[in-house]
Structure formats: C-alpha cells, structure tokens
Write a protein that binds this ligand. Structure first.
Ligand SMILES: NC(=O)C1=CN([C@@H]2O[C@H](COP(=O)(O)OP(=O)(O)OC[C@H]3O[C@@H](n4cnc5c(N)ncnc54)[C@H](OP(=O)(O)O)[C@@H]3O)[C@@H](O)[C@H]2O)C=CC1
Ligand SMILES: O=C1OC[C@@H](O)[C@H](O)[C@H]1O
Length: 347
C-alpha cells in the first residue's frame, strides 16, 4: 500500500482524499496545510492520524511515501523541488508548474533524487480515454485528420477571491482548464503518429500553435481563448477554453474513415458534465455507442496507476510521462504567448 500525504486542503484535495478511500493500492496517512487548524480539520474529516501545520513538516515525515501537491499552480514549483529533495515521490496537480523552465527544473530534480513524479491529468488514466486510444490504434477511424476539444465552465460564481481570477495565483482559463484540451489533442496526435501500435504514452508536440483570447483588464487573467494546432502527419486541431459559460467537456476526432465523439472527456466522475461513453461512427453507417464501465472513481484510477508505476520501479507513469509533460509545458507557454498572457514566473 502506497502511503499518501496531501499538501494543501482546498477543493481538489477533498476530492482526491475521498478517492483514496476507494483506491486499492494506496491510502491517505497524513496532511499538510499552511495552518495547523486547517490540517487538523481535514485530518478529522478523513480519519487520518497525522496532520502538520506546514508543508515542510509533512515532507520530513518518514511514514509518507508520496505527496499529492494540490496548491494553486504557482506554488507547485517550490513545493515539488522540496519534495524531491526530501526523497518523496509526487503527484503534482496540473499544470505541474507555471512555465516550461520550472517544469524542466522539477523533472531534473526528481531525476537527481530518484523519485517518481507525474502531472495529474487524471482523465488520461480513465477507461474512457483508454477506449479512445484503442479505437484510434485499431484503425477504426482511419488516418486522423482533425481534432476538437473543449473545456469550459462558469467560474464567475466563485468570485474575485478565487485563485481562478487572481493573476498571482495563476488564474485564468488556459492554465486552469485549457491544458486538458491541449493534452488530449497532443495525446491523439501522438497515438495517430505512433505506428508501433503500442500505447507508449507521450503526446505529440504541435509544430504550430496559433491562438486568440480575451484577457480581462481588471484581473489580467484570460476569460476565454481558442487555439489552433498543427501536428506532423497533416493533423490539425482546435481547442476552446473559457471560465464564463456552461460546462463543456467534449471532444471529437475525425479520421479518413470515421469519427469519435466524447461528451464528458475530463470529469467522468460527474454526471453533470455528460454521459460517460464513446460514440463511434464509420462514415455512412449508424453511430455505435460504446458504454464505459467505471469500476472505481476517476481519481482512484489515477492513484492506482501511480502505485503500479512506483511498484514497478518507474519514475514516470505511462499515461502522462515526463516527455509528455515537457511537450505539454512547451505548448502551453506557446499558447499563452500567442495571446499575451503573462505571469510573474515568466520574468
Ligand atoms: N485534476 C483535477 O480535477 C483538478 C485539479 N485542480 C488543480 O489543483 C490545484 C488546486 O486547485 P483547487 O483545489 O481548486 O484550489 P483551492 O484554492 O480550492 O485550494 C488550494 C489550496 O492550496 C493551499 N494554498 C497554498 N498556497 C496558497 C495560496 N497562496 N493561496 C491559496 N491557497 C494556497 C491552500 O491549502 P492550505 O491552506 O491547507 O495550505 C488551499 O486550500 C490547481 O493547480 C488546479 O489546477 C483543481 C481542481 C480539479
Ligand atoms: O482541473 C480542473 O478541473 C475541474 C475544474 O473545476 C477545476 O477548476 C480545474 O482546476
């Protein structure tokens, strides 16, 4: 059993802690917060014995094998460096850090200290995503030509104190949710261009990134944006993200023989985002609905995939490996640059 410690006690930390209760290969043993009161409250809520009033105390605790870093994005960098130096494996929430330079440095430090690290794109570990991968690999839709992926939701009710609307906390749509469509298009292009037929992980890197978007002058964060990508193999993609609209977690892939449509790509744990299934159409024929059996929770799949990789002595997870995270970081920097979106980490 992998022994987990959680760093930060916000929204996703609660979701992940609940999921760990369902994971087969891991359990939550400790939590670290900036305040001891918050840590104790969280520990009580999840019935765990160890709570710490600083992240460094948790990192020094020898009963924890792996930390889940769930602070706002700009804080991931320093915490991940400290975690690696403390010899802890880590699952770092997406984006792994604010810039490609910071992400490179996290991966180098993890390598130096011989620890596992994964950027927490949880949907990559889910059977629905694996079904999409399988369909593309089987040649069912022929040669992939065009990809579309969206992640939008309404972040306005969260109000101005939410990290989502604060530039210093890495706010804005691209950094919060734009990374999902980017990572999906990269995954699909990577699978399409990998002729070995084996899922080796590692998305493709776009050879062109063009984008437009709207940066709110009051907050200096992007409220919406769309990007157009071009990949090798004559594959093009269009991504949409925004934090002002009804939720849209959908994606589509068009090939030379057929297409795939997914209603709820990112949050199959939440029915409000749409049904969990893959629609496959061979052009000119009736659409087939492929139901997806969820045997556990979305984040429990992720936690168990991490546990499997570590048990096999790997420092990366095949569903989101280091090469993929680096390519993702490069593409995300390019997207932001296209619309002039800047953070203090860019200096
Ligand atoms: N994979 C997924 O499905 C999701 C991933 N995420 C990712 O997880 C991360 C956290 O998101 P979310 O849980 O929504 O964020 P929240 O704002 O809800 O929580 C963040 C937590 O981080 C800690 N923290 C440390 N430094 C700061 C700071 N300067 N300001 C505010 N909080 C701080 C706090 O915990 P404490 O006070 O205990 O130290 C806080 O509760 C983000 O990187 C986001 O991209 C978010 C939602 C879903
Ligand atoms: O990763 C995420 O997915 C769900 C969103 O609600 C959240 O803001 C984001 O960080």
């Amino acid at each position: 059993m992998l022994k987990w410690g959680i760093i930060g006690t916000g929204n996703i930390a609660h979701t992940f802690a609940k999921a760990l209760q369902l994971a087969e290969k891991g359990k939550l043993v400790a939590v670290g917060s900036r305040s001891i009161e918050t840590a104790q409250k969280f520990a009580q809520e999840f019935g765990i014995d160890h709570s710490f009033g600083s992240y460094n105390e948790l990192l020094a605790f020898d009963q924890v094998d792996i930390v889940y870093i769930s602070t706002p994005h700009p804080q991931h960098y320093e915490i991940a460096l400290s975690a690696a130096k403390a010899g802890k494996h880590m699952l770092v929430e997406k984006p792994m850090a604010m810039t490609e330079a910071h992400i490179k440095s996290i991966l180098e430090t993890a390598k130096e200290h011989n620890v596992f690290v994964m950027e927490a794109y949880m949907y990559r570990c889910h059977p629905q995503t694996l079904e999409v991968v399988k369909l593309i690999q089987s040649g069912a839709i022929g040669q992939v030509k065009l990809i579309r992926a969206n992640f939008l939701y309404d972040g306005r009710p969260l109000g101005p104190t939410s990290r989502l609307w604060i530039n210093e906390l890495g706010g804005g749509a691209i950094m919060d949710i734009g990374g999902y469509p980017m990572s999906f298009c990269r995954l699909v292009a990577g699978i399409a261009n990998n002729k070995s037929g084996e899922y080796l992980g590692g998305g493709a890197n776009p050879i062109k990134v063009k984008a437009t978007g709207y940066i709110q002058p009051d907050t200096n964060v992007d409220e919406w944006s769309n990007a157009s990508l071009e990949f090798e193999g004559k594959i093009t993609a269009q991504l949409f993200t925004g934090i002002f609209a009804d939720s849209d977690c959908s994606g589509e892939v068009w090939g030379s023989k057929g297409s795939i449509k997914i209603a709820n790509l990112w949050r199959p744990d939440l029915a409000m985002y749409g049904p969990v299934r893959v629609e496959f159409t061979e052009y000119g024929k009736e659409t087939k609905i492929i139901p997806i059996k969820q045997e556990t929770n979305l984040y429990a799949y992720e936690a168990d995939a991490v546990a499997d990789a570590i048990a096999q002595g790997h420092h990366e997870c095949k569903y989101m490996n280091w090469q993929d995270t680096l390519g993702q970081a490069h593409a995300m920097d390019a997207w932001r640059k296209e619309i002039g979106l800047k953070y203090k980490e860019d200096q």
